[in-house]
Structure formats: C-alpha cells, structure tokens
Design a protein around this ligand. Sequence first.
Ligand code: ATP
Ligand code: MG
Length: 524
Amino acid sequence: MAEQIFDNIIENIFAPMHAAVQQYVPALSLQEVGVVESISEGVVMVSGLPGAGYNELLKFPGQLYGIAFNVDENEIGVVLLGENDQLRVGDEVHCTGRVLDVPVGDSLIGRIVNPLGQPLDGLDPISGTQRLPIEREAPVIMDRDAVTVPLQTGLKVIDALIPIGRGQRELILGDRQTGKTSIAIDTIINQGDKNVLCIYCAIGQRASSVAKVIARLRARGAMDYTIVVLSEGNNAPGLLFIAPYAATSIAEYFMAQGRDVLIVYDDLTQHARAYRELSLLLRRPPGREAFPGDIFYIHSRLLERATHLNKKRGGGSLTALPVIEMEAQNISAYIPTNLISITDGQLFLSPKLFELGVLPAVDIGQSVSRVGGKAQLPAYSSVAGNLKLAYAQFEELETFARFGTRLDENTWKVIEHGKRIRECFKQPELEPIPFLEQIMVLLALTNGLLDAIPLEKIKEAETAIRESKDKIPPDVVKRVFSDKPLSDPDRDIIINIVQAALVPFIVVKKEEAPATPEKKPSTK
Ligand code: ATP
Ligand code: MG
C-alpha cells in the first residue's frame, strides 16, 4: 500500500518536475568568468576563477593566453604567453580546461617555431601534427637503458677526451663569448650523416645571435634535420620559461618513435632569470641569489626527460646539451652548481684559453663526462688513452717553465709534446672532423710523430694526415669503426700511412733539430 503511494508520488509529482527542470539544464550550465585585477610585466592577477586548476591555460581577449601559476583562494597569478600591451584591468578571463600543449610531428623538421609551435619563418602554419603537453613526466627507470652509442661532436678534444653518449646530459658552461654556442652548433652540423635529429632551443638570446646560428645551420644544410624553437630576449618571460619544455616535448615525440634526438638549450641562465622574474612578480619568496627555491626542481625535471630508452620502448634517445653562462668563471654560483649536479658532466670553457686562441676553449682539467666514456668508440681508447695525463703534465710543467727554470731534456720533451697536443686540439668552428680522420691525427699525436715537426707547421701536417685517409685499406677502415679496439697490425698500417704523409714536414725539422732542444728552455 505504502509502496503504491510512493510510486504515485514519483510518477505524478517528481517525474513532471524533473522533466521541467531538465529543459533548463543547458541554460543553467555554469561558466566562470574571471576578471583581470592587476597587470605587471608578463604577469597578471585574476579574480573570479575559483575553478581554475594549477597550470591550466587561461584565455584573455585578443588571442592572448596565460598559464595559471599561483592558484590562491581569492586570486590567481597568471603568467602571460604573449605581449600584454592590449590588456586592461577589468578584462574578462576564461578557463579552457586544458594545459598548454605544442604541435609535434615530422612537419616541424626544418622549421623555426616559437614555444607555442607557431611558425616564425614566414612559411605555412604547421599542419598534420599531434599535440603533446609541454610538461610531461620523465621516463621511469625501468624504461631506460645505459648510454651505449656515442654522439660524435666532430671536435677532437671532446670526442677523444670528454666523449658524449646518446642519452647523456652534458653541460656547456663558460663566461660570455667563450664559444659555448659554437660547440653546440658544430655538434649539430656534425650529425648530418648520423641520423640524429636536432633541436636548437634558443632561450632569451639576442635576435642577432639567433639569426647567425640559423644562417650557419642553413649554410651547412643542417636545417634539413633540425628544428629551431625560438624565444628572444624581448619576448614575454612566460614564453622564455616554457621554451625548453615545449622543445623537449617535440623531441620526445621523435624519441618515442625510436629516433636519436639531440637538443641544445641555449641558454638555461636566461631561463633561470626568466623564472626568477616571474616568481618575484608573483611574490614567491626568493632564496639564494634571489632565485626561487624550486629553481633546482625546474631544471632537474626538464633534464630528467633526456635519456636512452630501452628496446621495449623503441630504443630512442634524447641527448641534452644545456648551455650555462657564468660570471667571471664563478663555477660555484647557484645556477652553475645546480646544473653541474643535475647533468652527467660538463664542458668548461675558459676565457683565458679563448684569449690565447686555443679554440674551442675547452679547459680539459675542469671538464668531465661521467657516462660517455662507456659509449666512446673503442678505437679512441686505444689511441687517446694517455692523452689526458700527458696534457695535464704539460700544463703543470708549462707554468713551471714560465719562471725561466732550466729544464732537463725529458721535461722539455714533455712540454714540446704538450704544445703539439694543444695545437692539434685547436679547431676552427664549423669544421667538424670525421671519426676516421680524428683517429689518424690522434695516432700521430700519441705516437710522437708530430714531435719532430715545428709547431707552426702542425696545422699543415694535420691537413696532410687527413688528406691521406683514402689510402687506408677498406677492411682496416671497417675494423676501426667496429666495436673492438684497434689491433696492433691495423695500427701499424695507419701509422705507416700517417708517417708517409708527414715526410715533407719532418725533412724540414731534421735540419734544425740539433739547435732547438738546448736553446729554447734555458731562458735564464
Ligand atoms: P655568448 O655568451 O654571447 O652566447 P658564446 O659563449 O655562445 O657567446 P660564441 O657566440 O659561440 O660564444 O662564440 C664567440 C665568438 O668566438 C664568435 O665570434 C665565434 O665566431 C668565435 N669562435 C667560437 N669558437 C671558435 C673556434 N673554434 N674558432 C674560431 N672562432 C671561434
Ligand atoms: Mg651563445
């Protein structure tokens, strides 16, 4: 009985009411509209959006977007991703319900885009692409593999002594104008025949230096396999901040397809500065050197995304070359120390060497590669084994010799040998040297074949060595490239060819030989 009454009530009263309410539901759906409360450089405060999530993309009038960075109870701090000239206090703000993403795909190769994936090269919009969020989780440990394949830079000093592997993170740090960008560009140019896709991510660089980089890449045909993600110094700090993340998402798309990718972040000092600016404007508490406390996390979560995936995940890799600008070689400043501890090694560029014309100005003593050695081609270990030690000895003795001390013949020999090592490691920019030619030059160097040649003739001699590469029999070449160290017979074959190439230079030396040893060192 009671059940019947209950059913009656539902059928005759609630059901019609429910139907009536249903009619209005679409009209009743809520949409929050926020209001711009205040505007500062690159950052705005917005009220009236209690439903906005952390990192949500917010839409402002005039196709301007921003990211919800500080989500407080009454107000949201928003980082703008464009210029705020047109924005006024009181303007409306809408939630989009999504996080920031970038287009990814093959059609980006050869293009120059901004961190939002919009073309800057005046060509068609990027089409036929997927989109990936700019912030993604780094691959888990189980999906990663050891670094096993070398990433040849084409620079003798790096490939021989501080080798980089695919999937490694190697920091390039140095003062202003010490050749940091040049090393990165040479490395990109050297990937021409190595099936490595490259991404150059410019963060807060001067327009002129970016234009120079792009012109160089174009001139060497490197744009065929390179993507440039560009944010300039005068862009909104929000754009600078998202640039490396966006570039990494683009790289990850290719890595997931099993490809090897190289990414250059030029430079993360500007990135840290942009983040500091945003954080201070958002009134986050500053810490050491006025950087917010989470700057370490900002960079580590970026660089953790560089790795070598295991076979199950396709075997792709992402090698990262972050660049850092130091002030007065202060390696213990906050950002350099952070990044040194995050990365797997560093290339330290010395302004002193740069002034002396030792280019690339890599300070061998302060540079290290913690994982690349295992990936280095075995032929290197058999030819460059004691080069680092010989060079370190030379550097020490060279300082000593400057005091005009009388040197014995052995010391003098170490110094002369060291000078030739230094001369050999000098390399003009945009001229990466192929692996086989590097091995020939290094063999000549470590076997002392160059010690009998006057210093000023070393470069010429090096060219002669490299030009004789075609004389090496194909089967020997094959074995040099193999995963086995150089065998003694093969080494002798190459040494003979190198010696033959050096004959014209040694003849000159022989005539002068007796005079030099005693004269030079005894400067007293
Ligand atoms: P910035 O601090 O402005 O970014 P940087 O450290 O990136 O500078 P680069 O722009 O790469 O330095 O190089 C500085 C100058 O040194 C450039 O004019 C470049 O042409 C020159 N240079 C760099 N490497 C070499 C080299 N191996 N041989 C000759 N010149 C070089
Ligand atoms: Mg630079």
